[in-house]
Design a protein. Structure first.
Length: 546
């Protein structure tokens, strides 16, 4: 662990399971103003006994908590299993998790050392003395720009600068990051949700209270919560666009793991409270007043079994699905990521075989994205189950456009594809975010290569979603300005009209009722204005055809 990047520890504790009293904190050291009341329930959520080890993130007051769980064989008196959790609290002032993942590997090792022999606390005591907050009180949070620099061409450097700006410097790329960093979950996030990641992102963008229910390992769900909060954050470039008195641009609070003991806390939160959380307690899903959106993660897919998709529902039981536009956009994004990944692998192979030949390799980094769409034939393994069917209106419109003018229909489809490509323009190649690969490829660590690649993917995907946020909010701001220009001075502000062209500019589906509702809610949240969304369709000589 890089001590220069780590936030100071405010508390260190050991939680064990006692046959008589249940979970108990058997050892602890903390600063005088820190309370550990209830921390044992947060770091050992329900169902954890089903895994050998896990990592749990949570929020405890003004601190982020990280807990390493380890299970070992034991005697019959302990039901043939013994498990402990070694956890720490770090200040939330260092970010959503206070960079708690930097302590994960060491806490996991401490848990392995103490499990089955928790009478020996010397390792814990030494660790506390070496990492306690008062010994590091003068440290400042590490700057995201303080990463190992690599030699790259100026044009690649400019690409990386723009992409990292779009990603708000959320992740350190260009060098190996800790194996427990939530950013490494981005490929899993996309694979798990498929096109559903887009309506889930929009729910987070509307600052809904989102609860994710899953099964251990809990670390996976916590990572999803972290990334969802990152992807739905407002880019710095938009902070002056939304209404100044609105707090919509503020971060949604990521609570990470919560349980039944957090129900009173969640119940006390006002409806306007905006948070993301995950749990293994199914009973929380039955408390509809606690959340706005419920996400149910399926258990990990077994080999040779048909995959199951997550379900997303509102608190009143309404299913949330991806739109047809989401499906096309998701496929486009995956095609681009596949292209970047493939080009990087080809670069590595060519570097190993021809270290001096870089110009031929560079040509591979610019294959047209549109051609790769035909290679994405996975069909997302039944993604139609989670996608809205084509509406009759949309089908009638498309049929009419095909009948009236095939050329115009092709132009409409090209405009949509062009818009998707613009979101991906200037995103750096994998090579730009990764260190130069030496000619002697045998010295490379495959695990480190995978970690660096996942980190680069996280940077690219975050930049993409932040551009998507800009694409959504900027047309709303323009519509508000146009409406105000058309309103006479002294009259009440008129409702803002959102046309089908505006919906298309926002990358939304003009035929989807859910997307229309989203546009209205976004207008209200970010600009405090009522919106009227025009119906899709076309008119001929003033007569509505569809």
């Amino acid at each position: 662990m890089d001590k220069d990047d780590a936030s100071p520890i405010a508390a260190l504790y050991l939680v064990v399971f006692d046959q008589k009293v249940g979970y108990t904190t058997s050892w602890k050291c903390m600063l005088p103003d820190v309370s550990l009341d209830g921390v044992e329930y947060k770091c050992l959520p329900s169902g954890l006994h089903s895994v050998k080890q896990d990592l749990v993130y949570f929020v405890h007051g003004a601190y982020a908590g990280v807990s390493a769980f380890v299970q070992a064989e034991s005697d019959e008196q302990h039901r043939n299993a013994s498990f402990v959790a070694v956890g720490a609290l770090v200040p939330l002032s260092f970010g959503r998790l206070g960079k708690a993942w930097l302590y994960a590997a060491e806490l996991r090792q401490l848990a392995k050392d103490v499990v089955g022999s928790d009478e020996d606390k010397r390792g814990l005591e030494l660790y506390w003395k070496g990492n306690r907050q008062d010994e590091a009180a003068q440290k400042e949070p590490a700057s995201p720009s303080m990463v190992r620099r690599t030699s790259i061409p100026p044009e690649v450097s400019r690409k990386r600068k723009r992409a990292r700006s779009d990603a708000s410097d959320a992740f350190p790329s260009g060098h190996a990051i800790p194996s427990d960093h939530p950013a490494l979950s981005v490929p899993d996030l996309l694979d798990t949700f498929g096109p559903l990641v887009l309506p889930l992102y929009r729910a987070a963008l509307l600052r809904r209270r989102i609860l994710v229910i899953g099964t251990p390992p809990v670390q996976r769900s916590c990572n999803f919560v972290y990334m969802l909060s990152i992807l739905s954050s407002i880019p710095q470039s938009l902070t002056d666009v939304v209404q100044p008195e609105s707090d919509a641009s503020l971060r949604t609070q990521a609570l990470f793991n919560v349980g039944i003991h957090d129900i009173p806390f969640l119940s006390e939160q006002k409806r306007k409270a905006r948070w993301l959380a995950c749990t293994t307690d199914d009973i929380l899903g039955e408390k509809h007043q606690l959340y706005d959106v419920l996400v149910s993660l399926p258990p990990p897919t077994e080999p040779h079994r048909q995959r199951r998709w997550p379900t997303i529902r509102t608190s009143d039981g309404t299913d949330i699905k991806a739109t047809q536009r989401d499906l096309r956009r998701y496929r486009f994004l995956r095609a681009e990521l596949d292209r970047l990944r493939s080009s990087q692998h080809r670069y590595r192979d060519n570097s190993a075989n021809n270290p001096g030949d870089e110009e031929d390799t560079a040509q591979l980094l610019h294959a047209p994205t549109i051609d790769l769409l035909h290679e994405v034939k996975r069909s997302e393994n039944g993604a139609s189950q989670v996608v809205e069917p084509v509406s009759w209106s949309a089908m009638a419109y498309n049929s009419f456009m095909w009948w009236a003018s095939a050329g115009e229909m092709d132009a409409w489809e090209s405009e949509e594809a062009k818009g998707d490509r613009q979101l991906l323009e200037d995103l750096p190649e994998m090579e730009a975010l990764l260190p130069r690969i030496s000619g002697n490829h045998s010295d490379d660590d495959p695990a480190q290569d995978d970690t660096r690649e996942a980190s680069a993917t996280a940077t690219i995907v975050t930049a993409y979603f932040h551009r998507l946020t800009t694409q959504i909010i900027q047309p709303l701001a323009d519509a508000v300005e146009d409406a105000d220009d058309d309103t006479e001075e002294g009259l009440a502000e008129a409702a803002v009209s959102i046309s089908s062209d505006d919906m298309n500019a926002m990358g939304l589906d003009a035929w989807s009722l859910a997307d229309k509702a989203f546009a209205k809610d976004a207008m209200d949240l970010y600009f405090g204005r009522e919106a009227v969304v025009a119906d899709g369709g076309t008119r001929v000589c003033g007569v509505r055809i569809c």
